[in-house]
Design a protein around this ligand. Structure first.
Ligand SMILES: C[S@@+](CC[C@H](N)C(=O)[O-])C[C@H]1O[C@@H](n2cnc3c(N)ncnc32)[C@H](O)[C@@H]1O
Length: 225
């Protein structure tokens, strides 16, 4: 389904943030990885430079790099000002202030933009819309979701989460989702429900603490395998 260009607010985290959000170890980096809702994050670009294999899917990949770059220019100040108005929701240690955060996000998004057109030709950036994924069963070792599932509990239904996570588990042997909090810093009520659903199906489901914490209390990922 086409999304409205005017509603796109590109915002992307860096390779190093992905490493620490998902506890990615050297052995994980050698796996075939699917990033769900990677948007303009720098993870795929740097992994590719390092000779590793990541495919990212996102609805914004229906747009060209110059269209995405224009939306970044248009929306960057809005997102930064929202953060400035909610300073107490975040831990200011890895980023000392909002300006440093903004520079880090811009630099990750620039890495993405430099890589994007080439990555699209190489099928590393694939336009797809969860809960559907255009891949064969168990095509990947690991599927990641950063700041998409659980975070947007207000806008995405339980049914959407069940279908999207079911689809991620169809195409990958293991799923990791970070964070478990919604935008108001409450653990998403879907976390327990999803945990029960997949434990009942025989999966191992664990909340694992990670080094990364920017949203206050947002330092756990859900691992399903
Ligand atoms: C907040 S951004 C997070 C980007 C990146 N994962 C990160 O942590 O920096 C959420 C992303 O999810 C994407 N998205 C939203 N709905 C989607 C869907 N149904 N299928 C795939 N991607 C979606 C958005 O386009 C956006 O790029």
């Amino acid at each position: 389904m086409a999304i409205k260009y005017e509603s796109v607010v590109p915002w992307g985290r860096s390779y190093h943030e992905y490493i620490s959000m998902f506890n990615l170890e050297e052995s994980d980096l050698d796996k075939s990885i699917l990033g769900c809702g990677d948007g303009p994050a720098g993870f795929n670009a740097i992994m590719n430079k390092n000779g590793k294999k990541v495919i990212s899917v996102d609805t914004i990949y229906q747009f060209t790099s110059s269209e995405i770059a224009k939306r970044i220019d248009k929306t960057f100040d809005i997102v930064i000002n929202q953060t400035r108005n909610n300073l107490d929701k975040f831990v200011w240690s890895d980023f000392k202030d909002v300006d440093e955060l903004g520079q880090a996000r811009l630099s990750a998004m620039k890495e993405f933009l430099k890589d994007y057109e080439k990555g699209k030709i190489e099928d590393r950036y694939v336009f797809a819309e969860l809960p559907g994924l255009p891949f064969n069963d168990k095509n990947f070792d690991l599927a990641l979701s950063s700041h998409f599932l659980f975070l947007h509990t207000d806008n995405l239904s339980l049914d959407f989460h069940v279908q999207a996570i079911g689809e991620m588990l169809r195409v990958a042997k293991e799923v990791r989702i970070f964070p478990l909090l919604d935008v108001n810093l409450n653990e998403s009520p879907y976390v327990e429900i999803i945990t029960d659903i997949y434990r009942n199906k025989g999966y191992t489901v664990e909340k694992i603490k990670v080094e990364y914490e920017f949203q206050k209390g947002g330092n756990k990922m859900l691992v399903i395998k």
